[in-house]
Design a protein around this ligand. Structure first.
Ligand code: AMP
Ligand code: MG
Length: 412
């Protein structure tokens, strides 16, 4: 575990500085396990995979048609060959072709010796057991060569790859039943706040429902993460210290929400000063300025802001890359698209803003974006309508209607 290099008292960090400091502080886990590929979706490969076989193992036909040898082609003339057998997928033709002979062959069927070309059935006519080939019949067509997808001993998946459905299909295509993956990350999360009420209870005066734990549970829903909801912790230093000390032993990473801004609920800072090495940062980001990051023993810790939309944005920008690095997989960069903004956007210079927007496409294909609604960081209902974040750089002082902006898609 590397030390976070920024001092505790400091000016605001840029988003990029905070991301770099977090990634620099995190060591990837090493522990690995052998699992069935049926269990491997979303898991991180621990060792590179080389194919034990060629795929396809033999030449096979890409069409339903007739297999023949190119030596039988008569240039610029039609010709006739007699059918001497058939090759079906799973039931290959056994035998050899003599001059003047062809076989019926179906898609995926093994191409036997003596056949180097396949013609599609629509291109020929058939009378009795004779096939009439047209004058423009081409040689060597419609055959998928052995190894044309994967060669024997070819590197097919690199260590560190997060396995997709396509990767599982690829592993199956080369006959592998098990692979080595990194162990799943153990992640605990909890909310802090005296005002929070769990679902199922009636709201007392001055209370709100705890939305952050449900938001986080959704954001953390990933086959590589084993998550535990640790509940609501009251604004009480002792309780929080106990929770942190106990949980740090069980998890690779802990996430709390609320109480992260210094001076507001100092008990979080004091608790963390007691039990870990945690920095309280001010980051030039909106929403989500206050963020705590560090470690408690061998457990990484994120203290996210309390407002739910700030939780979403700081999770995407800081926690997600941290989880990817910790998992041992590559850290993804959000892809930015350029869209025309249909309305004026207000902003003060200073912080990088992620405004919640709705992206659409005109009939001509142009990307257009508008605000999804109000931009206060408690407005989950607006974030729910949005399908993108409009990224406004720190120095921006707003955008006029009709100007272009950068956006990052989510939820689609
Ligand atoms: P805090 O950072 O604790 O001062 O919280 C900032 C704002 O977020 C306050 O309005 C809190 O009520 C709100 N908040 C904190 N935690 C949650 C939560 N778990 N669910 C919904 N709102 C929350
Ligand atoms: Mg609070």
């Amino acid at each position: 575990m590397n030390d976070v290099c920024y001092p505790k008292t400091q000016p605001m960090l840029s988003v990029a500085q905070a991301q770099a400091a977090i990634l620099n502080a995190i060591d990837s886990i090493n522990a690995q396990e052998q699992i069935a590929i049926s269990q491997a979706l979303g898991r991180v490969l621990a060792e590179s995979v080389y194919s034990p076989i060629a795929v396809p193992p033999q030449n096979n036909s890409a069409m339903d048609g007739y297999g023949f040898h190119s030596a039988d082609i008569i240039e610029n003339q039609s010709f006739t060959l007699s059918i001497v057998g058939a090759s079906w997928a799973g039931k290959p033709f056994v035998g050899t072709l003599a001059k003047g002979q062809c076989i019926r062959i179906l898609t995926g069927a093994t191409v036997p010796d003596g056949v180097d070309s396949v013609i599609a059935q629509e291109q020929v006519s058939l009378i009795n057991e004779q096939v009439f080939f047209p004058s423009n019949t081409a040689a060597y067509k419609n055959i998928r060569p052995a190894g044309s997808d994967v060669q024997q001993n070819q590197l097919i998946l690199e260590a560190g790859k997060t396995l997709s459905a396509i990767d599982l299909g690829l592993l199956a295509s080369v006959g592998l039943t098990e692979i080595a993956v990194k162990r799943r990350l153990k992640i605990g999360f909890f909310s802090t706040g005296d005002e929070l009420t769990p679902l199922g209870e009636t709201l007392a005066y001055g209370q709100i429902y705890d939305s952050n734990r449900h938001l986080l549970a959704g954001l953390l829903n990933h086959p590589n993460y084993s998550t535990t909801d640790l509940g609501i912790i009251k604004d009480n230093q002792q309780l929080l210290e106990q929770t942190l000390m106990n949980a740090a032993k069980d998890y690779d990473l802990l996430i709390s929400t609320g109480g992260a801004s210094v001076g507001d609920a100092d008990f979080v800072k004091q608790s963390l000063d007691q039990c870990g090495k945690v920095n309280f940062w001010k980051i030039a980001i909106k929403p989500g300025k206050p963020l705590a990051f560090g470690s408690i023993g061998d457990c990484y810790f994120f203290g996210l802001p309390g407002n739910p939309v700030a939780v979403f944005v700081t999770f995407e920008k800081f926690v997600k890359p941290a989880l990817q690095k910790l998992s041992g997989t590559s850290v993804g960069q959000a892809i930015q698209l350029t869209a025309r903004c249909t309305q004026r956007l207000y902003k003060q210079a200073g912080r990088q803003e992620y405004q919640r927007g709705i992206l659409s496409q005109t009939a001509e294909g142009e990307l257009m974006v508008e605000l999804a609604g109000g931009q206060d960081s408690h407005q989950l209902s607006v974030a729910s309508l949005a399908n993108c974040l409009i990224v406004l750089p720190a120095e921006s002082t707003g955008v006029e209607a009709g100007e272009t902006v950068q956006i990052e898609l989510f939820n689609c």
